[in-house]
Design a protein around this ligand. Sequence first.
Ligand code: SAM
Ligand code: SF4
Length: 361
Amino acid sequence: MSVVPVTIGVRAPSAHEAPRNTPGAPLVDTHGRVHRDLRISLTDRCSLRCTYCMPEQGNEWLARSSILSLDEIEAVARVAADAGISTFRLTGGEPLLRADIVEVVRRLSRIEGPGGPVTIAMTTNGIRLRHFLPDLVDAWLDRLNISIDTLRRDRFHDLTRRDRLDDVLDGIAAAAASPLRPLKLNAVAMRGVNDDELVELVEFAVAHAAQLRFIEQMPLDAGHTWDRHTMVTRDEILASLSTRWSLQEVPGRGGAPAETWALDGGPHTVGVIASVTAPFCGNCDRLRLTADGQLRNCLFSTTEFDLLPVLRPNDSPDPAAVDAAGIEAVLRACVWGKLPGHAINDPSFLQPARGMNAIGG
Ligand code: SAM
Ligand code: SF4
């Protein structure tokens, strides 16, 4: 049985909180972390069914009526940018399944915050990328992350339950030929699935002027089948890569989720996102907006902050009457409610009800 997320409304900051979390101030939480990155999930739908993300069948989709419109997304993004969010990462589900994806990029890329124009990044499975890339570049997309867990057709089919490897490779080739840099490729490392392919994946990335980033598998699959023992750890990933390259840690990680290593002294690098064995919550600067208007302050949170009542008063979307103060209040309540870290490694950990496809990775 799945865990139902708790959706809560706005709690006004109390008097002693006010100096750090008032309108116009940066988005600082109770642990001093300043938030600069908003991940915007555009849909929970996807063209693949990766085993670590979605079940093959029986997925419960978000109601179409609850999916935020372009105007609603822009309204939230404008308020977030005013409060210091400087990067918007578009994700999903598969963001390129959204019919208005180019317009979403175009509208968001025009937003300026106190520090100047925002950065627009996208995480995609790459399947429709070749088709959309010229228009996305024209709309001022800044950066791309493309997910690819294996280069072998049979494995790709087993892992994603779809025979679309050629489309993904085509999308990566198009991205490599585009001006978008840095280009990053994401791979979830899985025991007995692709853990004999880690060196090959890095070589593939290097050949495409990209950085490979390995992600430890997290308990976020919609089918709730995560098993710690099938997760390949950061240390195992590094040990595997060390058979081919000498690795030098690159300093200056900041709030980035990936630790980075230079391969044989550089210039090429590899990243590892070790959310499970080496959590980086202390420097987390990220928030998430789900496709159905819920703000989340952590991937693993079971609490959500509902923007729909503010965006759709009386259940009727009205782009002409944006309640910026209302949106900001929900945003600040979400930041203020952020815990110091996730509890994946705690026996009491409860997996969120939403799978990764509905949270936005
Ligand atoms: N569909 C797009 C894609 O796959 O790139 C964007 C959404 S996907 C949810 C974003 C990222 O989350 C992908 O790189 C994917 O590999 C990663 N991901 C999904 N489920 C995961 C899990 N259980 N553990 C670790 N990473 C996961
Ligand atoms: Fe789709 Fe991305 Fe999830 Fe794979 S990881 S099923 S491509 S949303």
